[in-house]
Ligand binder design. Structure first.
Ligand code: HEM
Length: 454
């Protein structure tokens, strides 16, 4: 029974309690969207016993456009990134831009912003195009590829070169392997938790040694990539980042800079390949904008690809690479009619908001035209679609990721026709910090002849 306080605000212990279904990892977003429709935008779940020390007793899930606006914009000072993200990232990563609060965050973000501005993207276009062309050059010969694996090869090569100045080769391949061990190690079901942790720590140790060597090299001879910029930066008081602080920043940049784009790029290509009518329109747009010849892609033409842009938004709406944003409350917070005490673990589930039918009609259907006029779903509420977060702490890599995906899609769709292998289990599994596609996405690759016919 509910016992309203004087102001009509209910206490924490009246927030509805939910339990996850057995198959929650594969149904996380639609389950939480249904839950929000049933109970409202605030629900809580007991933290499993073995995680109490890290997270406390409850996770509180906030769902819907009002929650997004509240946490990301109007009341963001009440929510700490550090208290939310740091326990979620342990022991994989230390501290970087993502899990630092102001004032340290404001200085770091000001420092990095210029390298992620739209105008700066021109610099990355040739690098991204070169990597995509090289990584896809043997696709026809191979005949069948896993889009998830291939996307990771592309995005990690791009991130390593653009962010820390490492060109493709054995070192980059080893770093990519170690990051996969850290992020998706838990998909190995045959090992015990202790064995898993040992493996994570071994991978983490090797990764740290490699990155610290790289940092030492950059200190000796600074480069003009983002790591070079961080190595030589000083704040107003002359403070510069220590090796350990640089390591934390590089870890987060390399993970955030490739893991998210990997999944979204794979989904985008798969969804387009599975929806030939929409794909036909994207092909026409690409051919008209970029011409039948293999000319160099320029930023203006890439940004003008409207239909491809809608498909990217739709892939990200359905399968967001960061579906739940962790926060810790720094004061008592009143939202949705409940008081949430200071020190509570929050999960702002932007991905469940994407599945609310009152905002996105038939939310489980791939329908990129929902973003085109006259429907423009989500426009009525600018916080409803939050693939990249929102407010002042919106993803710093949003331009980088969007240009990279446009380059990859433009090249791949103009050169190849992708035929998904029938009846494969393609699932977006929410288990661990970021979602994964455990069985990959397998497609047959054919030459796209239509390209030369215009
Ligand atoms: C499809 C690709 C991407 C998606 C969906 C994505 C999503 C997000 C989201 C949702 C946030 C906000 C997290 C929060 O509020 O708790 C975020 C933050 C961040 N992202 Fe991305 N991201 C992508 C690509 C990138 C890339 C390419 C980079 C770097 C090159 C990057 C670096 C970061 C960093 C450093 C932050 C923290 C920003 C801050 O707190 O100031 N992301 N990203």
């Amino acid at each position: 029974m509910t016992t309203p306080t004087l102001e009509g605000v209910r206490a924490f212990d009246e927030i509805p309690i939910i339990e996850f279904p057995e198959n929650y990892a594969d149904t996380y977003l639609s389950f939480l969207a249904k839950t929000a429709r049933l109970h409202g935008p605030v629900v809580r779940r007991a933290v499993p016993d073995e995680m109490h020390e890290r997270f406390g007793a409850w996770f509180v899930y906030l769902i819907g456009p009002d929650a997004n606006r509240f946490v990301l914009q109007t009341h963001r000072h009440l929510f700490s990134h550090d208290l939310g993200w740091t326990p979620a990232l342990e022991p994989i990563m230390d501290r970087g831009l993502l899990n630092t609060d102001d004032p340290a965050h404001a200085w770091q973000r000001r420092l990095m912003n210029p390298a992620f501005a739209v105008a700066y993207m021109n610099r990355y276009v040739p690098l991204m195009s070169r990597v995509v062309e090289r990584r896809t050059s043997d696709w026809l010969e191979r005949g069948e590829v896993d889009l998830y694996e291939e996307s990771r090869e592309i995005t990690f090569d791009v991130a390593a070169e653009a962010l820390v100045g490492l060109e493709s080769g054995a070192t980059v391949d080893r770093l990519r392997y170690l990051f996969v061990q850290l992020l998706h190690g838990e998909t190995n079901v045959d090992e015990t938790f202790e064995e898993f942790m040992e493996r994570v720590i071994r991978a983490r140790t090797e990764l740290d040694e490699m990155l610290l060597r790289l940092i030492a090299e950059r200190r000796r001879s600074p480069t003009d990539d983002i790591l070079g910029m961080l190595v030589s930066a000083h704040d107003e008081d002359g403070h510069s980042l220590s090796d350990r602080e640089l390591l934390g920043q590089v870890h987060i940049l390399l993970v955030a800079g490739h893991e998210t784009t990997t999944t979204l790029n794979a989904w985008l290509l798969y969804l387009l390949a599975s929806h030939p009518a929409y794909l036909g329109r994207v092909h026409a747009e690409l051919d008209a904008a970029l011409g039948a010849a293999d000319g160099a892609l320029d930023l203006k033409a890439l940004r003008g690809l409207r239909l491809l842009g809608y498909a990217m938004d739709e892939a990200g709406r359905l399968y967001p690479p960061v579906a739940a944003l962790p926060r810790g409350t720094v004061a008592d917070v009143t939202f949705g009619g409940y008081v949430i005490p200071a020190g509570t673990q929050i999960r702002l589930v932007v991905g469940a908001c994407h599945r609310l039918p009152e905002i996105f009609a038939e939310p489980d259907r791939f329908d990129p035209d929902r973003f085109a006029p006259p429907r423009e779903e989500g426009k009525a509420n600018p916080y409803a679609l939050a693939i990249f977060g929102g407010g002042p702490r919106i993803c710093i890599g949003i331009n980088f990721a969007q240009i990279e995906m446009r380059i990859a899609a433009a090249h791949i769709l103009r050169h190849f026709s992708l035929e998904p292998i029938p009846q494969q289990p393609v699932v977006h599994r929410y288990y661990g910090v970021t979602p994964s596609i455990p069985s990959g996405i397998h497609v047959r690759v054919h030459e796209r002849r239509a390209r030369t016919d215009g």
